[in-house]
Design a protein. Structure first.
Length: 508
């Protein structure tokens, strides 16, 4: 019995040690061969944490072990250019030279930015705010050749412009990709010339698409009317404006245009104009020198949930026709107030902003098909679009035939404290996407002026000055003349772009 028990005891000890060796070995193997696609973890060696710490993930690499961004940069960088624009200082315009010297205002000002070649024969796409007001534009290529550039056309409503240089050779260029195909999280590369005074030409930054369809952004007096921005965390700094935002195929899917920042430097919130919008605008500018936009002639409003239920509209889409301008293409085509537009040329209308872009991207004289909901029933109608700018001018002239717009004589322009105004009308209010109020609407603001310093922007409606009612441009001119010698601050009652009423004090 004793010998038998001893042998059992010995065999138990041997089995225990063999099992321990196997378990430890499996543990070592498991740390060396991780399951592909699964996250790996390291445990806190100090033993103070009960949670695993994720290991650092690496950036994607090619089969050759190279960063995928290298090929993108090599394909596109030489098509990116420096742009220098010089023009008359708007703040010093019409100012006596003595006062100009007293305030230290130079007679001319300059700006720097970026752009990129979109055709090998020298056509370059950039931002309007890079070249706006410039009477001398210079382009420097990647090989340091410098050319005087011609402004082919600009479009403040999208902040885009096209310039051209005369070259004998074929230039490297960047194709415009399909911005509708990008997804949030896609890799993108921004190329441009940040801080040009430091000579940081063709700087490359990498990030992702942070968001799409960013709208209703405000950039002071340079705010574009049509917005559908791509947001990215790829670094965009002063001087990057007009440069390309490219995908991993080397196609430009955006034009870098603006940043949101408390200090004018990049904080990872940049905005680019989508290439599909830029393609339409650039084509018009190259062919016609201006942009032709389709026009329906309607006032729009978003649908409320109650309106959806009452009309039987199930989808979270569609826009409501708030009003139809008499004699407009919409009126001729049979649109009525309270109609709900569901489809435009076979595409669903998701919201008001998208519908405005859909219409603006079509051309005058083009027939468009709309599917609408009227009184709970769906109906199809066709409309021949008009020209937006021409139709707005004609409509304003028909509604206010006796109104002196001051377009032909600069002496009649209602301008004071750095802002130009017109009598507010429903058409003008619609053009600036603000609610209509009786008064005057600001159409232009000079940088650095008293109005500019108080954040008054185009589209602001003024209803009172110095506690006196302002119902028209004539009231504005009369009151401004009476207050020419005023030295203390002047009270203005305004409606801002969001429809909020407020009080602003401007000091001459």
């Amino acid at each position: 019995m004793r010998d038998n028990n001893s042998s059992h005891y010995l065999r138990g000890i041997i089995v225990f040690f063999i099992s321990a060796v196997i378990i430890i070995g499996l543990g070592i193997v498991s740390t060396q061969f991780l399951v592909p696609g699964k996250a790996s973890y390291n445990w806190d060696s100090g033993g103070t944490s009960v949670l695993p710490v994720a290991s650092t993930r690496e950036y994607p690499v090619t089969e050759e072990g190279e960063s995928p961004f290298v090929a993108v940069v090599e394909k596109t960088r030489d098509a990116v250019v420096n742009i220098y624009a010089e023009g008359e200082n708007p703040n010093a315009r019409n100012m006596d030279p003595m006062w100009r010297r007293f305030f230290g205002l130079p007679p001319r000002v300059s700006s720097y930015g970026s752009g990129f070649v979109i055709r090998p024969d020298g056509y370059i796409l950039t931002n309007n705010h890079v070249v706006q007001g410039g009477d001398k534009i210079t382009v420097t290529l990647s090989d340091d050749r410098t050319f005087d550039a011609e402004l082919i056309g600009n479009d403040p409503q999208t902040d885009l412009a096209v310039v051209k240089i005369d070259v004998r050779d074929s230039l490297p260029f960047i194709e415009l990709g399909n911005s509708d195909d990008i997804r949030v999280g896609d890799w993108v590369v921004a190329i441009g010339n940040p801080f040009p005074e430091q000579g940081l030409d063709r700087t490359v930054t990498v990030g992702v698409v942070s968001a799409k369809s960013r709208r209703d952004l405000r950039f002071g007096s340079d705010t574009p009317e049509y917005q559908d921005y791509i947001q990215t965390d790829a670094s965009i700094n002063p001087g990057n404006s007009g440069g390309p935002l490219v995908n991993l195929r080397g196609e430009a899917i955006g034009i870098n245009s603006a940043i949101a920042s408390p200090n004018r430097g990049s904080v990872g919130i940049g905005f680019a104009i989508p290439s599909n919008l830029a393609r339409i605008v650039a084509s018009d500018l190259i062919e016609e020198g201006k942009v032709s936009r389709g026009w329906l002639g309607v006032m729009l409003s978003e649908l409320t949930q109650d309106q959806r239920e009452a009309s039987g509209v199930d989808a979270d889409a569609g826009v409501r026709i708030a009003d139809v301008i008499p004699g407009s293409p919409a009126d001729a085509g049979g649109l009525e107030p309270n109609d709900i537009v569901l489809d435009f040329n076979g595409k669903e209308v998701p919201d008001l902003y998208t519908f405005r872009l859909m219409v603006a991207e079509r051309e005058m004289g083009e027939k468009v098909d709309l599917k609408i909901n009227r009184d709970g029933k769906e109906k199809n109608i066709s409309i021949i679009l008009g020209d937006r700018d021409m139709s707005l001018a004609q409509s304003q002239g028909q509604m206010f035939p006796d109104q002196d717009r001051g377009d032909d004589d600069p002496q009649n322009t209602a301008s004071w404290l750095g802002m130009s105004v017109e009598t507010a009308t429903p058409i003008l209010a619609r053009q600036y996407e603000v609610d209509y109020h009786q008064g005057v609407i600001v159409t232009d603001v000079e940088p650095g002026s008293p109005a500019y310093r108080k954040n008054i922007v185009p589209g602001t409606i003024i209803t009172k000055i110095d506690f006196r009612d302002v119902r028209s441009k004539e009231d504005f001119v009369r009151i401004s003349n009476e207050l020419q010698d005023r030295e203390k601050a002047i009270a203005f009652y305004i409606f801002d772009l969001n429809g909020n009423i407020g009080y602003v004090a401007l000091k001459p």
